[in-house]
Design a protein around this ligand. Structure first.
Ligand code: ZN
Length: 406
C-alpha cells in the first residue's frame, strides 16, 4: 500500500459531475462548458510558449523519434495545425522534420521509436504543404521497412513501441491523413497476418492457454506500450482485415485471457506472473485495459467487456494522478486520454467530466512537485504530450491518443 501511495497523488476532485462546483462540464448540454474550453486553450497556449522558449536548450538532434525526440515536436505541430486550423504550425513542423530526416539511423521500424514515425509524419507534413515529390519519397522509405516487418526471423517484436504493431500504426496514420491510396490494403493485411502468425507461434511454443502470446525482451508484458493489450487493441482497430475465425478463435479468447488477469482493484499486471498491483500508466497497467476492453465491447458487444473497462477506468480515476508528472506514456495526460476514450465509447458524460479534471490537473503544470522526466519537453514523457492532450480535449468527440488510436 505504501508503495502504491508513493506513485500517485490522492485524487482531490469530486467523483461525480453533480458534485463539481467548477462546472467543467455543462450538464444542460452534456458537453464541456464554454468557459472551461476557453481556459484549456489559454493554458495550452501558454504551455506552448514555455515549450518554444525552452526547446532549443533541450532538443537532442541525435534522437529523431516521435517518443522522446525531435519528430515528436513535429507531430505536435501537425496536430496544432489541424486543431487550430492554422498553417503557421505546418511551417514550424517542416524544418524540424527535414533536419530529422537527415539524421535517421535506419534501425527500427515502429512509429514511436523507429524510422516509420518520422517518415509517416514527414509524408503528411509534405502532403499538406503540397510537396508531392518529398511526400512520395517518405512513403517509399516507409515501404522499404516492410521486408523486415514481414520477416518472421527478423527478430522484430510485435509491440507498439518498437515492433510490428507500431509499424501498423504508421500505415494507418498515412491512410487517415493522406488517403486510402497512400498504402496498399494488401500491405496492411500482410502486417496484420505477420502479427497473428508471431502470436500463434509463441503461444504454441510456450503451450500457453491463450491462442496468441507475445513477448518483448523475453518478458510477456501486458500493458499498452510493450504488451499484449496494446497489440490486441491495434488488431481490433483493423478488424476489417481479420476474418471471423481469427476474431472469434484467436483474438477473442486472448482478450478473455487478459480479462482473467485483472486485479480486484481493477488494475492490470505489468507482465504475466507479476502480482504487484502498482503501475497505472498508459505503458503499463489499467489504462491499456480501458482501451482494449472498451474497444472489445464495441467490436463484440459483450457487456462483460464494458464492465471490465469500467473497473479499469475506476482505477485510473482513483490512482491516475501521477508523481511521474504530466506526460502521455507514464503521466497524467495519458491517463486522462483513457478516461476520455471511455467517454467516446459509452457517451457517459461522467467520463468526460473525469477526463476534464485530469486536464485541469495538467493545466497546473509544474505546481505539484512531480518528478522531472528525463526528456522534459518530449511528446511521450514531457510537456509536448501535455499540450497535445489539452488541445485535443477541446474537441472531445474526435480526440485520439497519438500513435495509438486510429
Ligand atoms: Zn511509460
Amino acid at each position: 500500500m505504501g508503495d502504491r501511495e508513493e506513485r500517485h497523488i490522492p485524487n482531490p476532485f469530486p467523483k461525480t459531475l453533480a458534485a463539481d462546483s467548477i462546472k467543467v462540464v455543462d450538464p444542460s448540454i452534456g458537453q464541456l462548458s464554454a468557459d472551461f474550453v476557453k481556459n484549456l486553450q489559454k493554458s495550452a497556449d501558454s504551455l506552448l510558449k514555455k515549450l518554444e522558449r525552452e526547446i532549443d536548450s533541450n532538443i537532442d538532434w541525435g534522437d529523431t523519434s516521435i517518443y522522446t525526440g525531435c519528430c515528436g515536436y513535429s507531430l505536435l505541430y501537425l496536430h496544432l495545425a489541424d486543431i487550430l486550423g492554422d498553417d503557421i504550425y505546418l511551417q514550424k513542423a517542416q524544418p524540424l522534420m527535414e533536419r530529422c530526416l537527415k539524421k535517421m539511423k535506419g534501425k527500427r521500424s515502429s512509429f514511436l521509436c523507429g524510422d516509420a514515425g518520422p517518415l509517416a509524419v514527414a509524408a503528411v507534413v509534405f502532403s499538406k504543404l503540397n510537396m508531392k515529390k518529398e511526400m512520395a519519397n517518405c512513403i517509399q522509405g516507409l515501404k522499404k521497412l516492410e521486408r523486415d516487418v514481414l520477416n518472421p526471423s527478423s527478430g522484430l517484436p510485435d509491440e507498439i513501441l518498437y515492433g510490428r504493431a507500431g509499424y501498423l500504426y504508421a500505415l494507418l496514420f498515412l491512410q487517415r491523413e493522406i488517403g486510402k491510396d497512400a498504402v496498399h490494403d494488401q500491405t496492411i493485411h500482410a502486417v496484420v497476418e505477420a502479427i497473428l502468425d508471431s502470436g500463434r507461434a509463441l503461444a504454441r511454443h510456450e503451450k500457453s492457454r491463450s491462442p496468441l502470446m507475445y513477448e518483448w525482451h523475453e518478458k510477456k508484458y501486458i500493458g499498452a506500450a510493450h504488451g499484449i493489450m496494446g497489440i490486441l487493441f491495434m488488431l481490433l482497430q483493423v478488424k476489417e482485415y481479420l476474418n471471423d475465425k481469427e476474431l472469434q478463435e484467436k483474438i477473442k479468447p486472448t482478450i478473455d485471457y487478459m480479462c482473467s488477469l485483472q486485479f480486484p482493484s481493477g488494475n492490470m499486471p505489468s507482465s504475466l506472473g507479476n502480482k504487484t498491483d502498482r503501475l497505472i500508466h498508459w505503458c503499463h497497467g489499467a489504462p491499456g485495459g480501458v482501451f482494449l476492453f472498451a474497444k472489445a465491447y464495441e467490436v463484440f458487444g459483450n457487456q462483460s467487456y464494458l464492465d471490465q473497462a469500467k473497473k479499469c477506468a475506476e482505477c485510473v480515476w482513483e490512482r491516475g494522478l501521477l508523481w511521474k508528472g504530466y506526460g502521455l506514456c507514464h503521466g497524467t495526460a495519458g491517463n486522462g486520454y483513457a478516461l476520455l476514450y471511455m467517454y467516446q465509447v459509452t457517451k457517459d458524460t461522467e467520463y468526460l467530466y473525469q477526463a476534464a479534471q485530469f486536464a485541469r490537473w495538467c493545466q497546473d503544470y509544474g505546481t505539484h512537485r512531480c518528478r522531472t522526466p528525463d526528456r522534459p519537453m518530449s511528446l511521450f514523457e514531457g510537456l509536448a504530450g501535455t499540450i497535445y492532450f489539452l488541445t485535443d480535449l477541446t474537441n472531445p468527440e474526435s480526440a485520439k491518443f497519438p500513435a495509438f488510436v486510429i
